[in-house]
Ligand binder design. Sequence first.
Ligand code: GLN
Length: 481
Amino acid sequence: SCLEKQVQYSELNAFVTCARATKLQDAASAIADSESDCIIGSALVGKTVAIKDNIVTKDYPTTASSKILDAYNSSYNATVVDRLAAAGALICGKTNLDEFGMGSHTRPVFTSTTKSPFTRNGQALSAGGSSGGSAVAVATGQAWAALGTDTGGSVRLPAAYTGTVGFKPSYGRLSRWGVIAYANSLDTVGTLTNTVEHAREIFNVLDRFDHMDPTSLSKTIRDRIAGQTTAWSKDRQLRIGIPLDYNTASLSPEVRQTWSRLLSTLQDAGHSLHPVSLPSTHQALSAYYVLAPAEASSNLAKYDGVRYGHRTSGPDANPRDNLPLFAATRGEGFGPEVQRRILLGAYTLSSEAMDNYFVQAQRVRRLVQMDFDKVFALRNPLLDARTEQSDDTASVDVLIAPTAPTLPPTLAEVEKLSPVEMYMNDVLTVPASLAGLPALSVPVKLQGGAKEAGDVDSVGMQVIGQFGEDELVLRVGQIIE
Ligand code: GLN
């Protein structure tokens, strides 16, 4: 039925490469024959999972929605893909994204824009991005679940815009081996699902050390996390932090009302609310948009037309054309947003700008991390034992805030936005990315339902926890959903 749905919803452009019936059948019979321990008792047996097209797969091409990777076929699977298959999941195609994950509305220039299944005044809404294809695939039943990647909000934002659940685990818990790097110090693999329980089922399968990923959390840190995580019981009274700095002027009335209604419901259920301040939030977005392009400019340097994908026909065909092979290939192969980020990153890393931009942004990143460490009751397991941690009386278990400042805009509205206006949309998701914290976006119903038939009827609300508190974040998500 996922195959039928992929045909039925093909005009939404959720997939770059749809499921192949033969591949699904091969995988299904392999599962039926298997006596592996991973499969027996696995919650994922026979479940269809779509994969964002910046995660490499042997059975399907991987393009990152870029011309530069046109017709690229990986000879191996990403670790996360192998783990899903080993647990009995059926890989059902590759989903659309903003080129290399750079964007917030899934509008790659070389393939088609993904459309949300929701509409306003008959116009398609933005599915969010950059994992918009994964979100729409799940929202419309074209896949049971999907993998996305979240560098600055790319799993959480599309979840918020499509009424699905988006989970970005703590940095380093899920392997990045085989995930095409955008900004590797921020990149995480995340999930898009219909329920929080489904997110947990996938997370439990993927949450393992991987020696192929140098940033995979070591066994020592994993043990430390397991030894200190907040104990959970059904009647535990949570200390919920309300980050006052997230109540920006850009929040729309619907989003602000849903947030405060959710907080009062939680208070009525016996949890306590604590306003907290995260003062570096205001600089976090600027720091992110210095650091992410800087890392991108370095990570994307390898696409030169020699080793991967697209190569220009220009210089070789026409020797009088002075443009070297690399420059011509990259000029043709990368879209304008990717080129903008490469230029920005190359500039902020240059000797004349380094101290004023890159180094300053790293300092802001540190401040953002310290802000979070000050408000969480639990000590950050990554800090060494000598670092003092304040015992602030407001210390909280989790933070709850909206995922995005507004409901999804229409695609026509998105078209009119300048790049900087587009970047502003990430203001609420970027801080948790800079600190590597687990964050979950859960849909919360709008009071009175959708404004009109076909429009969205929920607002994405984010639960953010201390580093390593992925399980607590999922638990709190289940209270909210
Ligand atoms: N919109 C953000 C960006 O363009 C986040 C993207 C992401 O998380 N991959 O950088």
